[in-house]
Design a protein around this ligand. Structure first.
Ligand SMILES: Cc1cc2nc3c(=O)[nH]c(=O)nc-3n(C[C@H](O)[C@H](O)[C@H](O)COP(=O)(O)OP(=O)(O)OC[C@H]3O[C@@H](n4cnc5c(N)ncnc54)[C@H](O)[C@@H]3O)c2cc1C
Length: 428
């Protein structure tokens, strides 16, 4: 199969060298077959191997070719849906489990980086910024709730005057600062997870799409690839928006939404430090949000603008640069070296979508733009479930999910209308 290399991103040109893995030819057997080598798939494989299981990981292109290798690299607490919505969906006790998992995700990430010496430029700190007065009030309420209800002590409110010292922009009215969240080079992190999994015996095949699978009762799973097959006791589907026809029932529950990032030329340490003095990851509170951070080589990586309509004519690099200049007009003279995009897997309720298609077929998807930390622990939960402790996985599996109205073919118009509503809301 054709094996496109990584998308033309800043990460692709600054990644560490990684071996090209072979394509699968012929038949192999294992305990667990994992499909998709993003963070979710690599973490699942790694945790299964830590538990002593034999694992085959199939990736249609290269390890970390998808969202994991293109993202903003912001590793954040919580889930995209927010705790209030989760409580309405699954009740307070289960929502609390999800919250605890999301916080543990950040600890796990730090542990994996340390334990496997993954060189991925981890930096502590996250600023969640308010653009409107309404959002300032929401931030105050969030900080109080996180302290009192969730005993999450790493967040504090940052008033405008202090924020002005941290970020060289007039745009924000205040922020929530979390010292427990942070950012990293997501492609190097994912490659590091894959390499760690291989040291524990995981066999990775690149250029190998899982085209179909069949599961018999509670017995074997057969996974077909263009020139081979995998026979396993369990299958974990981590293909996210690219899974497509391999598992159509999963595709109906997520919408691929395009988002774009630009990387400036290197600004030099002094100029980059002036932009974000504490080197935190930054993200605003708008529905159509801006997110940005410094890179290790002193660029600004700025993401924003989503393309819900799927129209190809949209000039993403120019639009993203324009958004960057709205925050930092002082970068008018700065060259854009890289521009790229990817797809986030949004669910209708923006809660994560984990579960089973059959007793031995698991899936992880629906991170809704908030997956850099959560994908890692999701893989651990799937491994726990397969090795006999499904309680935490099953809390996530209880979150109800509806298919997008209109099905895979007609879901986009419905989403465009919904997004129009939220974009108007960003303006008030
Ligand atoms: C531009 C962008 C910016 C983002 N920024 C952030 C951020 O700052 N913070 C944050 O928390 N989240 C962010 N996200 C979201 C985050 O990146 C994702 O939630 C997360 O990486 C999803 O990981 P994954 O392993 O589920 O999927 P992916 O990383 O997409 O991996 C899926 C892999 O499966 C492979 N695959 C699919 N189908 C098959 C098949 N049939 N056979 C074999 N292989 C297959 C694909 O090739 C792909 O490599 C961003 C996403 C994008 C696109």
């Amino acid at each position: 199969m054709d094996r496109p290399d990584h998308t033309g991103s800043y990460y692709a040109v600054s990644r560490h060298r990684a071996p090209e893995r072979p394509s699968l030819e012929g038949s192999v057997g294992c305990d667990v077959c994992v499909v998709g080598a993003g963070i979710a798939g690599c973490s699942t494989a790694l945790h299964l191997a830590q538990g002593g299981l034999s694992v085959v990981l199939l990736e249609q292109h290269r390890v970390s070719w998808g969202a994991s290798g293109r993202s903003g690299g912001q590793a954040l607490f919580g889930v995209a849906a927010g705790q209030g919505k989760l409580e309405r969906l699954i009740g307070a006790a289960d929502a609390r489990v999800v919250w605890d998992v999301s916080v543990e995700a950040l600890t796990l990430m730090r542990d994996l980086i340390r334990r496997y010496s993954i060189d991925c430029d981890w930096v502590d700190g996250f600023l969640y910024t308010a653009v409107r007065e309404r959002q300032v009030r929401e931030l105050h309420a969030d900080v109080t709730e996180l302290h009192e209800r969730y005993q999450y002590g790493s967040v504090r409110y940052v008033p405008r005057a202090e924020l002005r010292e941290l970020l060289a922009t007039e745009r924000y009215l205040g922020a929530l600062y979390d010292s427990n969240s942070g950012h990293l080079h997501p492609l190097n992190y994912t490659q590091g997870l894959a390499a760690a999994a291989e040291t524990l015996g995981v066999r990775i095949f690149e250029g190998t799409r899982a085209t179909a699978f069949s599961a018999e009762g509670t017995g074997q799973v057969h996974v077909k690839t263009p020139r081979g097959e995998v026979q396993a006791r369990f299958l974990v589907l981590c293909g996210n928006v690219y899974l497509g026809a391999t598992a159509p029932e999963l595709a109906a529950k997520i919408m691929p939404v395009a988002t774009y990032i630009v990387a400036t030329e290197p600004l030099g340490a002094a100029r980059a430090e002036k932009l974000i003095a504490n080197n935190a990851a930054v993200c605003d509170m708008n529905w159509v949000l801006d997110y940005f951070r410094r890179s290790a080589d002193h660029r600004l990586l700025f993401g924003g603008r989503v393309n819900y309509s799927g129209l190809k004519s949209f000039d993403a690099p120019a639009a993203t640069r324009a958004r960057m200049l709205r925050v930092f007009p002082q970068l008018e003279d700065v060259r854009i070296d890289h521009a790229w995009g990817g797809h986030v897997d949004i669910t209708l309720n923006r809660a994560p979508h984990f579960g089973r298609l059959a007793p031995q077929v698991y899936f992880l998807q629906g991170f809704s733009g908030h997956g850099i930390a959560l994908t890692g622990i999701a893989g651990k939960l799937a491994a726990e479930a397969i090795t006999g402790t499904a309680s935490r996985f099953d809390v996530f599996a209880r979150i109800p999910h509806a298919a997008f109205p209109g099905g895979v073919a007609l879901r986009r118009p419905a989403l465009v209308l919904a997004m129009l509503y939220y974009r108007i809301r960003d303006l008030v």
